[in-house]
Write a protein that binds this ligand. Structure first.
Ligand SMILES: *Cc1c(COP(=O)(O)O)cnc(C)c1O
Length: 434
């Protein structure tokens, strides 16, 4: 039997410690991507959708923008969703065809839009002003891009306000239920035969499946309405991403099949073949396939609380440090050789290296007592953590290794991103301020 994800992680931590990838002086902090797990997740997504439907799955690059990871997902048959010129460049570097890239962002400049339309990248238009801009570009030179409009179905918010994009006053998309908007948008489609898609993304983490599905149902109802007057104008629905991840354990949590079942219940006509479909998952493909590992530099006790001082803090786990209730992370204790620790458990704070008191990855967590040189591992950080570095204290982004256990239990590592060089200040290039 092939090893489970948790077993692969244990193998990788031990091998990384043995091979010096977590050298106490050189790289006390490193990140790891389970390449076997990434492939398994991509295949689970592909398998969850019924054969025969025209479905493409665009990975949301903001979840993990490492070009080798994007390339791996492309090789597994995925497309790519990007939300900035930087992510677009990364997707192209990973070898995605422009027709396999979807550009979503609420704030595209005229130049970015023109470049995307010239390349043939699919674009979801966010608002009426952007639509006017696209009109101008289309008049100058009609694009082959798939063009759609992002709807805000205003179906409500999930557990994390900051991640919810379908509230009444969300900044994303055209709010469909606002007075006059539905008619205005129907008219916009009537005058623009090149508008062929609708897009909806209800939120990211914390949104129940039923809420996500009700947003998609609203998009399908709108598309049906357009097509009643102009049969076939809307050819596809981009249903967004947002499948929540279970951060409490090594189980699978909600699956892509659960998502398909929820959509089938809320919007059955999505499955009768009348529309092409695009999905845009990020977190659910990558979160569980990555972890951070840090040496414990020191331990101390303060006011009766045991504290382990590590190198993993707000620079690699920004959301968890600043909004710990919304983004709890597990912490796993390993000894200095990378074996799961068997020390007696004690309540501990796991602190990071940033110079502010709140830089804690975990507070009062019962864990095997850590000592200097031990390793702490932070699982489920393959999406939106070490790939969205926060440059506080000029702390460098850690190296990222891909890993794959072989049949004999040995683990092979591939460098996916080198450690960031410390910022240099060679006097010749530094501006002088008077
Ligand atoms: C962030 C985002 C996604 C991905 O969300 P996940 O929660 O990572 O699946 C998909 N589509 C859009 C438009 C997004 O902004």
């Amino acid at each position: 039997m092939s090893p489970t994800r948790a077993h692969r992680r244990d193998l990788a931590v031990h091998a990384a410690a043995k091979e010096g990838l977590l050298d106490p002086d050189e790289t006390p902090l490193a990140a790891f991507v389970d390449l076997t797990g990434v492939r398994e997740s991509a295949r689970a997504l592909l398998a969850a959708w019924p054969a025969g439907l025209h479905v493409r799955h665009a990975f949301a690059a903001k979840a993990n923008n490492l070009v080798p990871v994007l390339r791996l997902l492309r090789e597994e048959g995925l497309d790519c969703e990007v939300a900035s010129p930087g992510e677009l460049a990364q997707a192209l570097a990973a070898g995605f065809e422009p027709t396999g890239i979807v550009l979503d962002s609420p704030v595209k400049t005229r130049k970015e839009l023109a470049a995307a339309l010239a390349l043939g990248v699919a674009v979801n238009i966010d608002n009426f002003e952007e639509l006017t801009r696209v009109d101008e570009l289309q008049a100058a030179r009609p694009s082959t891009s798939r063009l759609g409009v992002r709807l805000n179905p205003q179906v409500g918010t999930g557990a994390i306000e900051a991640m919810s994009t379908a509230g009444l006053t969300s900044k994303f998309g055209v709010p469909l239920a606002d007075p006059g908007n539905r008619a205005r948008l129907l008219e916009a489609f009537a005058f623009r035969p090149w508008l062929r898609w609708v897009h909806v993304h209800v939120g990211s983490q914390g949104c129940p499946l039923e809420l996500m599905a009700s947003g998609v149902a609203a998009a399908v109802a709108f598309a049906d309405e357009v097509n009643r007057n102009r049969p076939g104008q809307i050819e596809g629905i981009d249903v967004g991403g947002g499948l929540p991840v279970d951060f409490t354990g090594d189980g699978d949590g909600l699956t892509f099949a659960d998502h398909v079942a929820a959509l089938r219940a809320a919007a059955p006509s999505l499955f009768d073949g009348r529309y092409r479909i695009i999905t845009e998952f990020g977190r659910s493909l990558l979160a569980k396939n990555g972890f951070l590992a840090s040496r414990v530099e020191y331990t101390k006790s303060a006011g009766g609380r045991a504290i382990a001082l590590t190198h993993a803090g707000a620079q690699v786990a920004t959301r968890s440090v600043f909004a710990p209730e919304a983004w709890p992370l597990r912490i796993l204790a390993y000894d200095r050789d990378g074996r799961p620790s068997d020390a007696a458990p004690v309540l501990q704070d796991i602190a990071g290296p940033c110079c502010f008191a709140g830089d804690l990855l975990a507070r009062g967590r019962e864990l095997p007592r850590l000592t200097a040189g031990d390793l702490v591992v932070v699982p489920d950080t393959g999406a939106y953590y070490f790939t969205t570095h926060f440059a506080y204290n000029s702390l460098p982004a850690p190296p990222v290794y891909g890993f794959q256990p072989g049949d004999d239990g040995t683990v092979s590592f591939t460098l996916l991103r080198p450690a960031e060089e410390l910022p240099e200040s060679s006097p010749g290039t530094v501006p002088t301020v008077r």
